[in-house]
Design a protein around this ligand. Structure first.
Ligand code: HEM
Length: 410
């Protein structure tokens, strides 16, 4: 444990997570908190889960609620003035049952195993096209893996899923990056104007896409959602339709990009892993799970207790905010031997990185498939690939990943 953290209490450690040092390396701070237990009361109204079992139980506990419009009303009554926040609260990630159950059932049609499996061919094709481009760009010097590959693959795949044509994908990526600011919630209200403008542009685009799919349905998620919207009975309102389409775009974009960035960085720093990714069939599966465990792109999520909720032998009092530190749970020594060691040969396990329970990541099979396909192909295509400069990390705590990663393709 670094010297500075030795004397800290849990309250200081939680506050330090958003300091520059904490954002750079939050893992020692999770250990400081864990020294006080797997579920820790930090101050009145705030608890944190840092143990694997405690995080898992909290994610599955239906009496703990996700932040929704009602909770925004209490902390930031002006939230409705922001179209980006309105769109998120119209999506399933910000809804509780029964709304969440209804929306998730409708939207999950779009993620049926058959539909996800049908994306295998497109993922392979997009991967190879992006590798051709990297080869061209890399002939003259280092290439930024994030800009040229990691951020492009997820957008291409989500576009395929939603039925967004290739010519619109550059714009789609830009709009997604701007709206993602709103995922930070109301921590920085000034920056929300950027997200709001982007959301207005995206809503107009989706309205148009929806009109085209209504006129001529295709085999994509947009068409499936339009059908759900138009079917009497289990309806999805126009705002919910747009909110959920926006969620798919922003929830699956940078998260997958961050996963790819970490996975490649670790492989290039440990040539034995790169060699096995290149040559050993099936190795990518455990490797991707271990990357998710070791460097989760989403470090934490949160819930609210609407009433007193018993959890892991304690009580979460009504009105308490519970921060579920997924990344801390993934390094719980009670669950994982040598948790700070990157070991792709661990016995099968489920990382907390994609959540659990009712809000378990809908895009989990898709992002896993993207990484499992892309990594071996990438390393086979460029067997001499090497790190060509210091990677630049996103300066945030919850979203953890690389913004810039120069590589030489060899
Ligand atoms: C490595 C990549 C990804 C990571 C780390 C990730 C992480 C997560 C996590 C932690 C949650 C649960 C949040 C909570 O319980 O509070 C979640 C939910 C969600 N994710 Fe992902 N995600 C990834 C990729 C994707 C992709 C590719 C898509 C879609 C194309 C997607 C769509 C969603 C949706 C729609 C939800 C909300 C589910 C619900 O509220 O019922 N995600 N994701």
């Amino acid at each position: 444990m670094p010297a500075g953290t030795r004397t800290m209490g849990p309250r200081e450690a939680v506050a330090a997570l958003v300091s520059p040092e904490g954002r750079r390396d939050p893992y020692p701070l999770y250990e400081v908190i864990r020294a006080h237990g797997g579920l820790v009361a930090v101050k009145p109204g705030l608890m944190v889960a840092v143990g694997y079992a405690e995080c898992d139980e909290a994610l599955r506990e239906t009496r703990l609620r996700v932040q929704d419009g009602e909770s925004y009303d209490q902390i930031y009554p002006a939230w409705r003035a922001h179209s980006s926040l309105r769109a998120y609260t119209d999506s399933m990630l910000y809804r509780n049952p029964p709304d969440h159950t209804r929306m998730r059932r409708l939207v999950s049609h779009g993620f049926a195993p058959r539909r996800v499996e049908a994306l295998r061919g497109p993922i392979e094709r997009v991967t190879d096209r992006l590798l051709d481009r990297m080869a061209e760009l890399g002939a003259d010097g280092p290439v930024d893996f994030i800009a040229e590959f990691a951020s492009r693959l997820p957008i291409a795949v989500i576009s395929e899923l939603l039925g967004v044509p290739e010519r619109d994908q550059a714009w789609f990526r830009d709009v997604a990056a701007r709206i993602t600011i709103a995922l930070e919630g109301i921590t920085n209200v000034d920056r929300l104007a950027v997200a709001d403008t982007a959301m207005d542009e995206l809503a107009a685009y989706f309205d148009d896409l929806v009109a085209r799919r209504r006129a001529a349905p295709a085999d994509d998620v947009a068409s499936a959602l339009v059908q759900a919207h138009d079917t009497e009975g289990e309806r999805l309102s126009r705002d919910e339709l747009i909110g959920n389409m926006m969620l798919m775009l922003t929830a699956g974009f940078e998260t997958t990009s961050f996963l790819l960035g970490h996975a490649l960085l670790i492989a290039l720093r440990t040539p034995a892993h790169a060699a096995r990714l290149r040559g050993e069939p099936g190795f990518a599966t455990g490797y991707v799970e271990e990357t998710l465990r070791f460097e989760p792109p989403v470090q934490a999520t949160s819930r609210w207790a609407g009433s007193d909720v018993p959890l892991a032998g304690q009580l979460v009092p009504a009105g308490t905010k519970l921060v579920i530190m997924l990344a801390a749970g993934n390094r719980d020594p009670r669950r994982f031997a040598h948790p700070d060691r990157f070991d792709p040969d661990r016995p099968p396990f489920v990382p907390l990185s994609l959540g659990a329970g009712g809000h378990f990541c809908l895009g989990a099979p898709l992002s896993r498939m993207e990484a499992r396909i892309a990594l071996p192909r990438l390393l086979r295509r460029f067997p001499d690939m090497a790190v060509a400069g210091e990677p630049v990390r996103r300066d945030t705590w919850i979203g953890r990943g690389l913004d810039l990663f120069p590589v030489a393709v060899g």
